[in-house]
Design a protein around this ligand. Sequence first.
Ligand code: APR
Length: 251
Amino acid sequence: MTHLSSLIDQAATACAQAKRGVALTGAGISVESGIPPFRGKGGLWEKIDPMKYAHIDALEADPEEVWRMLFMGIGELLRHAAPNAGHTGLRRLEELGLLQTVITQNVDGLHQKAGSQDVIEFHGSHAVLRCMRCPQRYDWQAVPLTMIPPLCACGAYLRPDVIMFGEPIDVGLLQRSQMLAAQCEVMLVVGTSATVQPAAYLPVIAKRNGACIIEINPEPTELTHHISDITLLGPAGKVMDELVARVAKLR
Ligand code: APR
């Protein structure tokens, strides 16, 4: 048995025993769906400077530029993306009664497309546009993008309902996520570099409250040596497939 295989066994045993499991996911879980991550080789922030285009100050100063440089490209990528075995594996763990909630930093909607029922969109959703002046929200698909930025019925610009750098996380979502992290017995941390706060702190909260932290990522991260109990080094889809198959056998 390889080292990875024996670690997957350990992780499967921990997952199968958990009454309350929670997952924290990041861009890496969607890489196998054709969506590049933000950091590292081939990452989006290698091509564009996030402080120039993904900060709220940039959006407020020049919405048209941010739409053209960031939002349009992401919208195009997400339009064709389908869930992969990483997303469906988490849905399966939910069906088995082992995973309560997926907290995702992703704005791609793929956990919901895969059928997960309880998903916290920590950084919002790119599928929803909201007005920069009034409370109105629209489905991205329903808004013709003939004019960039598109306009709300009130005449103001629309923007995707995502959290940009410099913006706070919704207090209700933050509190619920922190509570889930504090109460879970297992936290699966899948495809995140764990560099952006406050999401990156959720595994720390879980660990301090006694949870087993299982990390799935092809590369070691900030969490690997001090926070993670079991690190499964590999792509999310392949590792989740194997993990779920072994968990199912233990049920
Ligand atoms: N499977 C699992 N993980 C993978 C895969 C894969 N196939 N491919 C890459 N990864 C890992 C990388 O090794 C990296 O650790 O996914 C991680 C992606 O890290 P980031 O690009 O930093 O993404 P994320 O952690 O989600 O970023 C957090 O930063 O810019 C913001 O708002 C953005 O929500 C995002 C936040």
